[in-house]
Structure formats: C-alpha cells, structure tokens
Design a binder for this molecule. Structure first.
Ligand SMILES: [Zn+2]
Length: 383
C-alpha cells in the first residue's frame, strides 16, 4: 500500500511540523484532525458535507464495525470506503480502547483478549493478528495495532506488565503484515511513568512501523501530566514518521501538542458537543440553549463562514435544540467541525508562514477549553 509522510516545514520556535501524508485514497496535510466516524458515519453528516467543511481524513472504529455489521460483510460489499461512500483516507483504530471501556467480561491473556459484546452479549476473542486482519478486510489506509488501554491511575508493576504485552502484540502484528496492507502504526504506552514511556517508545521505534501513536493519555490525568508524557515520548520518536495523539482534544490541547511535535489528532469533542448544543466559537464556547439567545438574530460566530453561520441565527438554532429537532444536530455539527478544520488550517498556515507563536497568543486569549469536570472523560469513544 502506498504510504508516504513528508515534512514540508518545521517551525523554528517550537517542535511543530507541517507535513503531508500520501495514501492510496489521496493525501492530506498535517497537523490533521480526524473526525470520529464511530459506526461508519461521522454522526449526522453526509460525506459531501464533511468535504464541504474541509475534512480530509476520518477515523473508523474497528470494534464497532467488527461487531456490527461485521468486517467480513463490509469486505464483501467492497470495503469500508465503498460501503460508507467516502473515497478519502480512513484511519481505523484497533478496538483496544473500546474493548476495555465498553465490553463486559473482559479477559486478557498473553495471546489475546476475550470479551462480551456490548450490543448482544455475544462472546468474542481477538488477537493482535486478528485485529490486523479485520483492518485489512475493512481496507483502511492507516491501521493501528491492538493495545491494552491502561486506566489512570494505575500501579507501576501493572503498567510495566501491560506495556510489555502491548509491545509483544505490536511485534506479532508486524510479523503478519502483507505488502498490500494498510500502513501500520504502533502505540506507545507506559502510563504516567517516564521510564516505561521511554522504554515503550525506544522498543517500538526499533521495529518497522510507519507511524507512532501515543496512547493512554486523556484518560482523566491532569493536563500537566499529559504534557510530561508527550515530552518523554516524542523525544524518542523518529522525525520522519507521523506522530498521532489518540483521543485529544480541545483546540488548545491540539495546539499545544502540535507545538510539541504531534501531527495527528482525533476526538469526539466537536461532534458530540454539537449534539449537546455546545458550540466552539472565535470568542469562546457557547451553550446555544441559553435564554439570552432566544431572539438573537446573529449567527453563532460572526466571523465564521460555515453553512450554518451563513444561513441561521442563534435564535433558530436554540429553538431547534430545545425542540429536539434532527436538524439541530446537523447544523451544530457542521459549525463545530468547520471550526475545528478552520482551526487546523490556521495552524498549518501559521507553521508555513513562521507565525505559530503569534497564532498561539491570539488563540489562547479566547479559549474553547473543557470545563474542569469534563477532563475526567476519555473523548475518543463515540463519534
Ligand atoms: Zn459557523
């Protein structure tokens, strides 16, 4: 499978990189944000609408697609791109996180993991090899290895053993890789322990992966700890491979991580918040249900050029939300994803022009961050 990562420009004042990833389904610029298409759809939008808001690559959840409708069914129907009518790049996760967060009766052995489906209670057994095979059948462009997601906080000895298992699983995933397979990314684990993070990164880097993800962050730890994990990890990752921070985050988290050398992000935040009436704007977060918008004729964000802001008032969006109309989710998702894609494009442009520090200063005067109580939730599970 064609896969190429090229760094176009490095920011002289931070570790940020502007790059481009080529796949069999076209190329995309990095830093990139991947909206989450949990069950073969980015909730409430058509692929054409995703393209219109500037989306270049999406994420699909292996766990969900394996359970329903089944990867073999999708394979027989022409693969995931054909099945969901999306001809641009797709990254699929390994399902590891969902197995550990959604399924019941999970039992892990060195060989693999047994779990009960959250849908119908049926029993399933997945190995690292099977997870590669599922993603091969789906026909994704970038596949992830199976990993054990470590909760926070966890004791050192457990994290050490779990990280070692994830590394063994990564080795086995590489051993069965075929020439035509998706690009395969390893996942650095190691919890919140510096020596385990370093060991995990150093061991995986010696193997032949096409990219590296940093897993096990955004699991409820304080932000300062996430920054430390990024520092410990990225210094051991090769310059010439993409780096993917799984499940992150707010625009501010993304910008900070870009400045620490991260290239890829996925998060349910823009789409899930949209359905909850929480909108990202250039002057901070907006809860559209508030009474103050009842007769507000202005668009959500007066400097936003999205379809929603071009045609609808805050008053109408508030009404749709309170009336529980389907259009509420659609219009809010269009706006939030447009905001995220525009934000990412702004970062790319700032790196290209050498203005990233200015961009950071301007943006952080109007934060769209999470409320403190939100930070305990991992965000990449549901689209
Ligand atoms: Zn808008």
């Amino acid at each position: 499978m064609a896969f190429r990562f090229e760094i176009i420009k490095k920011d002289p004042f931070s570790k940020a990189r502007l790059g481009r990833i080529e796949t069999n389904h076209g190329s995309f610029s990095t830093p990139a944000f991947l909206p989450v298409g949990t069950q073969g759809t980015v909730k409430s939008l058509t692929p054409e609408e995703l393209v219109e808001v500037g989306v270049e690559v999406i994420l699909g959840n292996t766990y969900h697609l394996y359970l329903r409708p089944g990867h073999e069914t999708i394979g027989r129907l022409g693969g995931l791109h054909t099945f969901i009518h999306w001809n641009r790049p797709i990254l699929t996760d390994s399902g590891g996180y969902q197995i550990f967060s959604l399924s019941k009766l999970r039992k892990i052995s060195d060989d693999g993991v047994t779990f009960q489906s959250h849908i119908d209670g049926s029993l399933h057994y997945l190995t690292p090899e099977k997870v590669v095979e599922i993603q091969r059948t789906l026909g994704s462009d970038i596949a992830m290895v199976l990993d054990e997601c470590i909760p926070y906080p966890s004791p050192y000895e457990y994290v050490k053993a779990s990280t070692s298992l994830t590394t063994q699983w990564a080795t086995r995933s590489l051993e069965i890789r075929k020439e035509t397979d998706p690009a395969l990314f390893a996942i650095v684990q190691g919890g919140m322990y510096q020596d385990l993070r370093e060991e995990s990164a150093q061991t995986l880097v010696k193997m032949d992966f096409q990219g590296y993800a940093i897993g096990g962050v955004s699991v409820g730890e304080p932000k300062s700890l996430m920054r430390s994990v990024l520092e410990w990890t990225t210094s051991f990752l090769p310059e010439n491979a993409p780096r993917y921070l799984m499940g992150v985050g707010t625009p501010e988290d993304i910008l900070e991580a870009v400045m620490m050398g991260i290239d890829l992000f996925d998060c349910v935040l823009p789409t899930r918040n949209a359905r909850n009436g929480m909108l990202f704007t250039s002057i901070g977060k907006m809860s559209i249900k508030q009474a103050q918008y009842a007769e507000d004729e202005r668009p959500v964000d007066e400097i936003c050029a999205c379809y929603t802001c071009r045609h609808y008032s805050r008053a109408y969006l508030r009404h749709l939300y309170l009336a529980n109309e389907i259009l509420s989710s659609r219009l809010n998702t269009i706006h939030n994803l447009y905001y995220y894609m525009n934000f990412i494009k702004g970062i790319q442009e700032a790196i290209r022009e050498g203005h990233l520090l200015d961009f950071h200063k301007t943006h952080c005067s109007h934060p769209n961050g999470l409320e403190p109580e939100d930070s305990a939730h991992r965000l990449s599970t549901w689209g």
